[in-house]
Design a binder for this molecule. Structure first.
Ligand SMILES: Cc1ncc(COP(=O)(O)O)c(C=O)c1O
Length: 467
C-alpha cells in the first residue's frame, strides 16, 4: 500500500457500509487520549497480558471488522478479539437477541432453577458436536473453567487421576488448567505447585520438534515419533497407563503459535487412547465455532473426542460463556460434585444460540472461500521475505512464524513485535502468538476485499521491518 486512505466523517455505519471502508489513521497510535488511558490502566488494573509498547490500542467502539480508538483512528481487525468476535463486532442480530432476552430475564440462577433457554442451547451444542453418542453440557463462564470442568468430569467418569497434555499447549491460567498449559514459562512463574498428575508429550509440530523432522515432508514419521514417545517413554517408564483419565489437546495449537499437526495425528492418538481406556479431551476454545471452516476443528481430523471444551466465540463477544460437552455416561451421579453461580446464564445462552446459527448457516462457506486467499498470499510472502520461517493454518486461522535465520530457526522476537506495531500504525490490528509468530484471525464475516487489504498492510509492515 502506498498510503493509508483517510475517510473523513466515518461514523461506524452499520452493515453493509463497513465492508467497504479503509483504515483511518489520524494520529500515530498511541495518540494523546490513548496514552492517558494506558497510563491510568497501568496504575489501577492488574498486570495481565497487555504489551503497550507494541500494541497500544485503546478501543472506544467497534463495528463489523473495524475498531475505532479513543483518538479517532479506525483499524481493520485481524484479531477478532482473540477468536471471540467470530460473527463480527456488534452483529445486529446478536444485539436484537440480547435485548429481547434482557426484557425477559437475565440471571435466573441457572444451576439451581431450571430454564428453557439453556436446554435449547444444550440441544444445539450436543447436536453439532462430533461424536456418535449421547452427550450432555456443563456451562461456565470462560475457557479455563470449561477445561476445569473437563478435568473433573474425566476424573469422576473414569475414576482415574492422571492426564497427558502437550508441550506448546495452552488451556488457561487457573491452577487445574494451568497444570496442562505448557506454552510459555511465564504462565507458571511463581505459581508452583500446580496440580500433580499432569504430564506432557511433544506436540507434532511440523516446523519445530525435538527430532528435527520436517513434518510437512514426513508427517507419518512425526506422528509415529510422538505416539512412540507417549507409549515408550511415558507409559512404559513412569506414567501408569491404567491411571490416565484423558489425553488433552488443542486440535491446532493457538497461543503456542497456530501450529497445525499432521492430518493423521488425532486418529493415531485415538487408537492409543483406546488401547489404554483413556478419554480424549479436545480444547476448541480458540479453534472452535467455524474458525477453521468447520464448526469444530477436530472435524478436519475425523476423530471423535469424548469431551469438547468451548468458550470465547460462543458468547458472540457480548457475554462470557464456557461450555463443556461430554459423553453422557461420564456424567456426575449425584448433585453437587460440580456447579457454579453463573453457568447457563440466560443472556449468554441467548447470544450463543444465535451465534451458532449465524456461523453454521452463513459463515462457514465464507471461511472456506477465503482460506485459499490467505494460503496463496502467505506462501507468496514466504517466498519473498527470508524473515518468514513458516506459514501455516486453515480456514481463517493463520500463523506466520518469524525467524532471524531460516537454517537455525532462531526466533525473531523483536522483529515480530515491530511488525505488530508497524501494522497497527498502518491501521491493521493483529496479535502475536508462540515466541515469534503472528496470528491472523479476522472475524468470519470479513469480505475478500478486506482480507486482501489487511494482507497488503501486513506485507507493507513486514517489508519495512525486514529491510
Ligand atoms: C485453547 C485455549 N484454551 C483455553 C483458554 C482459556 O480461556 P480463558 O482465557 O477464557 O480462560 C484459551 C485462551 O486463550 C485457549 O486459547
Amino acid at each position: 500500500m502506498d498510503e493509508i486512505v483517510v475517510i473523513e466523517g466515518f461514523h461506524m455505519p452499520s452493515e453493509p457500509w463497513w465492508k467497504y471502508a479503509k483504515p483511518i489513521i489520524k494520529v500515530v497510535p498511541p495518540g494523546p487520549n490513548a496514552r492517558k488511558v494506558i497510563e491510568e490502566h497501568r496504575r489501577y488494573i492488574a498486570t495481565t497480558t497487555h504489551d503497550p509498547e507494541h500494541l497500544p490500542l485503546v478501543i472506544k467502539r467497534g463495528d463489523g471488522v473495524w475498531w475505532e480508538d479513543v483518538d479517532g483512528n479506525v483499524y481493520l481487525d485481524f484479531s477478532s478479539g482473540v477468536s471471540v468476535l467470530n460473527v463480527g463486532i456488534g452483529n445486529p442480530r446478536l444485539i436484537e437477541a440480547l435485548e429481547k432476552q434482557i426484557r425477559e430475564v437475565g440471571h435466573a440462577a441457572g444451576t439451581d432453577f431450571f430454564n428453557e433457554i439453556q436446554v435449547n442451547l444444550a440441544k444445539k451444542l450436543t447436536r453439532i458436536a462430533p461424536g456418535d453418542f449421547e452427550k450432555k453440557v456443563f456451562y461456565s463462564n470462560s475457557g479455563t473453567e470449561s477445561i476445569e470442568a473437563a478435568i473433573k468430569i474425566a476424573k469422576y467418569g473414569t475414576e482415574r487421576k492422571l492426564f497427558i497434555g502437550f508441550i506448546g499447549g495452552f488451556h488457561g491460567r487457573t491452577l487445574g488448567s494451568l497444570s496442562l498449559t505448557a506454552s510459555k514459562p511465564i504462565h507458571h512463574k511463581r505459581t508452583f505447585p500446580t496440580s500433580p498428575g499432569f504430564y506432557h508429550a511433544p506436540y507434532p509440530n511440523p516446523y519445530r520438534n525435538p527430532w528435527h523432522i520436517d513434518g510437512y515432508e514426513n508427517p507419518d514419521e512425526l506422528v509415529n515419533r510422538v505416539i512412540e514417545y507417549i507409549e515408550e517413554y511415558m507409559l512404559n517408564c513412569y506414567v501408569p497407563a491404567d491411571e490416565v483419565a484423558a489425553i488433552v489437546f488443542e486440535p491446532i495449537q493457538g497461543e503456542g503459535g497456530y501450529v497445525v499437526p499432521p492430518k493423521n495425528f488425532f486418529k493415531e492418538l485415538r487408537k492409543l487412547a483406546n488401547r489404554y481406556g483413556m478419554l480424549l479431551i479436545d480444547d476448541e476454545v480458540q479453534m472452535g465455532l467455524g474458525r477453521t471452516g468447520k464448526m469444530f476443528a477436530i472435524e478436519h481430523f475425523n476423530t471423535e473426542p469424548e469431551i469438547i471444551c468451548l468458550a470465547k466465540a460462543l458468547g458472540g463477544g457480548y457475554m462470557p460463556i464456557g461450555a463443556t460437552i461430554y459423553k453422557k455416561e461420564l456424567d456426575f451421579k449425584e448433585a453437587g460434585v460440580h456447579s457454579n453461580t453463573f453457568g447457563g446464564h440466560c443472556l449468554a445462552c441467548a447470544v450463543a444460540l444465535i451465534t451458532i446459527e449465524i456461523i453454521e448457516n452463513e459463515l462457514l462457506d465464507n471461511v472456506k472461500k477465503l482460506e485459499p486467499i490467505f494460503k496463496e498470499r502467505l506462501e507468496e510472502m514466504y517466498n519473498k521475505y527470508r524473515i518468514i520461517g513458516d506459514v501455516r493454518g486453515m480456514g481463517l486461522a493463520w500463523g506466520i512464524e518469524f525467524v532471524k535465520d531460516r537454517k537455525t530457526k532462531e526466533y525473531a522476537i523483536k522483529e515480530r513485535n515491530k511488525i505488530l506495531l508497524e501494522s497497527l500504525k498502518r491501521g491493521l490490528v493483529a496479535l502475536g502468538c508462540g515466541r515469534s509468530s503472528i496470528r491472523l484471525i479476522p472475524a468470519l464475516c470479513i469480505t475478500e476485499e478486506l482480507v486482501k487489504l489487511g494482507l497488503d498492510i501486513l506485507e507493507d509492515a513486514i517489508k519495512v521491518v525486514s529491510s
